[in-house]
Design a protein. Structure first.
Length: 239
């Protein structure tokens, strides 16, 4: 039997396994040679592979793991074996942090048109992915929105996913945070040329000498939603 059904996968948090050996009359067997095995294979720390029984017929070992894994301990004596219930070694949620933040696209993202996918990976201090934990999302772009919402839950691989879109064409800082940990990424939004329009076309003067020297400067504003670009063109008047 095990004293608990789970522990943190940090190589230090232990589960105590105990096998009690008795004869057919219920008498405890002292100094009985009990062999211990753990399955499936992983990076375990088993205090002993063979542990003799004590005066109370108990063979006691401790088990720790560096890996996130579900396992069973098996004690064998005189060819007879018995296994514990499933023991789960899990990531350490007290040390969880956002390890990486990636975007499906970061350059020339079209405002009001493109939707990007964001993925944040959460791990503990031992590098194990942390599942079923909530990541909170934020942005400095006032027009930006996350779908399905401003938070998402990590999957079995420790990855939280959202999609993001914005209508304002500016360099945009996006962050993913959990507890006191945060990662940020910059996404560069550009205007949508498909919906652009020209306005405010005007010269800088209405009269000029037609001597092929004096210049007239024409300007035009290219607008789309919340971005604007001004272009200026020079022309010479010829006689």
């Amino acid at each position: 039997m095990a004293d608990k059904h789970g522990a943190i996968a940090n190589g230090a948090d232990t589960v105590t396994l105990t096998a009690t050996i008795q004869d057919q009359y219920g008498n405890f067997i002292n100094q009985g040679d009990v062999a211990w095995t753990i399955s499936p294979e992983a990076s375990y720390h088993l205090s002993a592979n063979n542990q003799p029984t004590n005066n109370e017929g108990q063979s006691i070992v401790t088990l720790a793991s560096d890996d996130v894994v579900s396992c069973k301990g098996t004690a064998t004596f005189n060819g007879l074996s018995k296994s514990t219930a499933t023991i789960r070694f899990t990531a350490d949620t007290t040390t969880e942090k956002v390890d990486t933040l990636n975007a499906s696209k970061t350059e020339n993202v079209v405002a009001g048109k493109d939707t990007i996918t964001l993925e944040a990976t959460v791990t503990d201090e031992n590098g194990h992915p942390v599942a079923d934990t909530t990541v909170h999302w934020g942005t400095d772009n006032s027009s930006g929105t996350f779908q399905p919402g401003d938070s998402s839950v990590t999957d079995s691989n420790g990855v939280a996913t959202v999609t993001y879109s914005a209508t304002k064409a500016v360099p945009t800082l996006i962050g993913a945070g959990i507890n006191q940990s945060e990662k940020t990424i910059t996404v560069n939004y550009i205007g949508n040329a498909d919906t652009a329009k020209l306005s405010n076309i005007k010269p800088d003067k209405t009269k000029a000498v037609a001597d092929n020297t004096e210049l007239v400067t024409w300007s035009v504003d290219v607008k789309r939603c919340e971005w604007q670009y001004s272009a200026r063109y020079l022309c010479k008047l010829e006689q």
